[in-house]
Design a protein around this ligand. Structure first.
Ligand code: NAD
Length: 433
C-alpha cells in the first residue's frame, strides 16, 4: 500500500534539547533516544541507562617515529551497550577524534545493529591523529600498539572493531595480527573489514552502497514508483555513492547527477555510471569526465525523485532544506541531515530514509564476516549479496510496520524498532546484580 510521505507527525516524545545545527554526535544520539522513547511504553530506567556508555577506555599510545623520536597519541574505545551481543563499531584515525564523539557514535551503532536485528551492541573508537602525517611503518606501529593497549577489552566475543575514517582493510589486518600474536592463536573474528585473504568477506567493501541501493528500490516500490521512471542524484562518488549509483543505474533508474569534492556531473538524460571512475578508481575525477558541471549545493536541490547524500555529514541544513526538491532522501552518509533540516523536510512531506537503516549494509556484511571467521568457512559473493538483500528486506519490513502503525517519520520508525528490541532485551535480562 502506498501513499505520499506523511507530514502529520507531531514530534511527540519530547527531546531533552532543541536541535541546533551544531549538535554533537552525542547530543543527537541522546535526542533520538528520547524521541523514540516518547513513542513507546518503555521503562524510563532503561532509557536512563541507555544515555550512558557501559565503558570508555582511554589509552596512551607512544610510538617511535621514523626519525627516532617518540610521539605519544591518545586512543579511545567507547562501548555503549552489549545487551544483545558483543560490541561492534569502527575505529577512526582523525585529528578530531574525542571521547565524547566516540560515545555518541557508539550509541548510533547500538541503534544501527538493533534496527538490523544483528546480535551486537554499539561501540566506536579511534586515535586523535592525522594519518596523512604518518608513514606506512608509523601507522603500522601505531595500530599494533593500540591493539595491545585494547587487547583485554576487544575480542570476537567482546568487542569487534572495523575500519572507519582514516583506517582501512590493511589497518584491520595489522590489528588482527597483533591481537593473534599475543593471544597465541590466529583470531580473525577480532575485527571485520579485513582483506579476504586473512578472513575478510567478499562484498564487504560494496555493502553500504548496495544497501543504499536496495533501500532506494524498496522505497520506490512502497510509493508505487517504478525504478525505470525514477531519477536519482548522488552526492559523493566513493565507496558508498559509486556503488549505490551503479547498482541503481543497473536496475533501471536514471542517475542524473553524481559528484565528488570538486563538483557534480549533471546530465538530465542519464549518466553512464560505469564510465565515471569512483573515488577508489581515480580519486576526485568526476568533473574531469563531465560535459556539464554543477556545484554540490546545486546537486542537493535538483528536481529529482531520489536524493542520496553519500559524502559527508550535515549537508542538508536549515539553509537548504526548503529547497530540496526530491521526494525521497535516502541517507548514504552518516548524519547528512541536521535535526533542524529534518523537521523542515518532515513538514514539507519529504520522506527521509535514515542512515541507520540505509547504509547498514556495511555492519550487516561485517556480521557475515564474523560468522565466516568463527566457522572458518568463507561464503561466495552470491551468498553474501543474497543474504544482505534478505536482511535489508526484513529490516525494511519491520520499519515499515512501525511507520504505518504509529504515524511517525521513517527515521522515528527506525529508532522505534531499534529501541524496542534493546529495551525488551534489557527487560528480559534485568539489571545485574
Ligand atoms: P569515500 O572516501 O570512499 O568517498 C567519499 C566521496 O565523497 C568522494 O567521492 C569525495 O570526493 C566526496 N566528497 C568529499 N568531500 C566532499 C564534499 N565536500 N562535497 C561533495 N563530495 C565530497 O567515503 P565513503 O566510504 O563512501 O563514505 C561516505 C559517507 O558514508 C561517510 O559519511 C561515511 O561515514 C559513510 N559510511 C561509509 C561506510 C563505509 O563502510 N564505507 C559505511 C557507512 C557509512
Amino acid at each position: 500500500m502506498a501513499s505520499t510521505p506523511d507530514s502529520s507527525h507531531d514530534g511527540a516524545g519530547d527531546a531533552p534539547v532543541e536541535p541546533t545545527e551544531s549538535e554533537s554526535a552525542l547530543e543527537t544520539a541522546r535526542r533520538q533516544l528520547h524521541h523514540a522513547a516518547g513513542h513507546l511504553d518503555v521503562d524510563p530506567n532503561i532509557v536512563e541507562r541507555l544515555k550512558y556508555p557501559k565503558k570508555i577506555h582511554e589509552v596512551t599510545i607512544p610510538i617511535e617515529r621514523d626519525d627516532g623520536t617518540v610521539e605519544v597519541f591518545t586512543g579511545y574505545r567507547a562501548q555503549h551497550d552489549s545487551v544483545r551481543g558483543p560490541f561492534k563499531g569502527g575505529l577512526r584515525y582523525h585529528p578530531d577524534v574525542t571521547r565524547d564523539e566516540c560515545v555518541g557514535l557508539s550509541m548510533w551503532m547500538t541503534w544501527k545493529c538493533a534496527v538490523m536485528d544483528l546480535p551486537f551492541g554499539g561501540a566506536k573508537g579511534g586515535i586523535a591523529v592525522n594519518p596523512k602525517e604518518l608513514s606506512a611503518d608509523e601507522k603500522e606501529r601505531l595500530t599494533r600498539r593500540f591493539a595491545e593497549e585494547l587487547r583485554d577489552v576487544i575480542g570476537p566475543n567482546q568487542d569487534i572493531p572495523a575500519p572507519d575514517m582514516g583506517t582501512d582493510p590493511q589497518t584491520m589486518a595489522w590489528l588482527m595480527d597483533a591481537y593473534s600474536m599475543q593471544e597465541g592463536e590466529t583470531t580473525p573474528g577480532v575485527v571485520t573489514g579485513k582483506p579476504p585473504v586473512v578472513g575478510g568477506s567478499e562484498g564487504r567493501e560494496e555493502a553500504p552502497g548496495r544497501s543504499v541501493a536496495i533501500v532506494t528500490k524498496l522505497v520506490c516500490e512502497y510509493y508505487d514508483r517504478p525504478l525505470e521512471e525514477t531519477t536519482v542524484a548522488v552526492q559523493g562518488y566513493g565507496s558508498v555513492g559509486a556503488n549505490a549509483a551503479r547498482l541503481l543505474d543497473d536496475w533501471g533508474a536514471t542517475v542524473v547527477a553524481v559528484s565528488d569534492v570538486n563538483g557534480a556531473m549533471y546530465d538530465p538524460s542519464g549518466i553512464d555510471t560505469a564510465a565515471v571512475p569512483s573515488h577508489d578508481e581515480e580519486p576526485e575525477a568526476v568533473t574531469k569526465y563531465a560535459d556539464t558541471v554543477i556545484s554540490n549545493d546545486d546537486l542537493l536541490t535538483l528536481d529529482v525523485d531520489v536524493l542520496v547524500p553519500a559524502a559527508l555529514g550535515n549537508v542538508i541544513t536549515r539553509e537548504n532544506a526548503e529547497d530540496i526538491a526530491a521526494e525521497f532522501v535516502v541517507e548514504g552518509a552518516n548524519g547528512p541531515t541536521t535535526s533542524a533540516a529534518d523537521s523542515i523536510l518532515e513538514e514539507r512531506g519529504v520522506a527521509v530514509i535514515p542512515d541507520i537503516l540505509a547504509n547498514a549494509g556495511g555492519v550487516t556484511v561485517s556480521y557475515f564476516e564474523w560468522l565466516q571467521d568463527i566457522n572458518r568457512r568463507a561464503w561466495p559473493l552470491e551468498r553474501v549479496n543474497d543474504e544482505l538483500e534478505a536482511e535489508m528486506l526484513k529490516a525494511w519490513n519491520a520499519v515499515q510496520t512501525e511507520y504505518e502503525r504509529r504515524d511517525v517519520t521513517w527515521r522515528d520508525a527506525a529508532y522505534i524498532v531499534a529501541l524496542s528490541r534493546i529495551a525488551e532485551a534489557h527487560e528480559m535480562r534485568g539489571l545485574w546484580p
